[in-house]
Design a protein around this ligand. Structure first.
Ligand code: TMP
Ligand code: ASP
Length: 235
């Protein structure tokens, strides 16, 4: 497989075409942004951690029957994935109150929830990823009802798989964001699952091991990313 021209650059990744029209290469950067790009910085080694951690989770999910875009890790920062048409919907799963949920609902961070929450926002930086529900999705033709059924089923299944897996490593999965894509008429998991897109709290100490250390200037940012890769892969 040959890496060809860059076709897209996002806030944390670049995407390159290949000589296979069904495959693209994702290249993870160390750039970090928060609050819709208003806060900018660099987290040394983040691209490597996110590439390896995301691939580790995607392989685990594939082994449990969740279809994903993952094909093959090519280097520390590069991974070959299936080319998909991304659904313009950010899916957030919450197990414990935190972040924007705590702010919006006036519920202290860390408060237990009676059941997991599934939340959707419209993937549009200019609009600040506004909150939407399944009626918005249907009314604006963002995805079909069948696709949304898959999105919901997969999201809760992913939550169960990752929560149990991380719990055994002493990490609580507080919340996370997923993106799905269409590939050959099917919905599959795409984008990444990493400390950029999840809240991971150490079970013993409550220490935040994720991008909140960068968003909130908590210090030890690189250490937190490395702690995650160490617990997951022993690196
Ligand atoms: P929130 O509490 O800020 O809404 O974030 C919920 C989860 O989603 C958290 O684990 C971080 C992740 N997330 C992203 O991956 N990308 C984003 O743009 C936002 C706002 C949140
Ligand atoms: N990365 C996102 C942004 O800059 C938000 C975040 O993760 O906090 O918009």
């Amino acid at each position: 497989m040959k890496k060809l021209e860059q076709i897209y650059e996002g806030k944390a990744k670049k995407v390159f075409a290949t000589d296979d029209p069904g495959i693209v290469i994702v290249d993870y950067k160390d750039d970090a942004t928060a609050f819709n790009g208003q806060k900018k910085g660099t987290i040394a080694g983040k691209g490597v951690v996110n590439n390896k951690v995301s691939n580790h989770f995607f392989r685990l999910l594939e082994s449990k029957g969740i279809p994903t875009h993952y094909i093959e890790q090519l280097s520390d920062r590069e991974t070959a994935v299936k080319r998909v048409q991304i659904l313009p919907i950010e899916v957030i799963v919450r197990n414990r109150a935190a972040g924007s949920f705590s702010k919006r609902m006036g519920v202290a961070e860390g408060t237990a929830l009676a059941c997991p929450i599934l939340e959707f926002s419209y993937k549009n930086d200019e609009l600040g990823d506004p909150f939407i529900n399944s009626y918005y999705v249907r009314a604006l033709n963002l995805a079909t009802d069948e696709e949304m059924e898959k999105v919901k089923t997969y999201s809760f299944a992913i939550n169960d798989i990752l929560s149990a897996y991380l719990d055994a490593l002493g990490i609580e999965l507080i919340d996370f964001k997923l993106e799905f894509g269409r590939s050959e008429g099917k919905v599959i998991l795409a984008d990444e699952i990493s400390p950029d897109t999840c809240r991971f709290w150490d079970k013993a100490t409550g220490k935040k091991l994720d991008k909140d250390r960068f968003r909130r200037d908590l210090g030890d940012v690189e250490e937190a990313y490395h702690e995650i890769i160490r617990r997951l892969m022993g690196e």
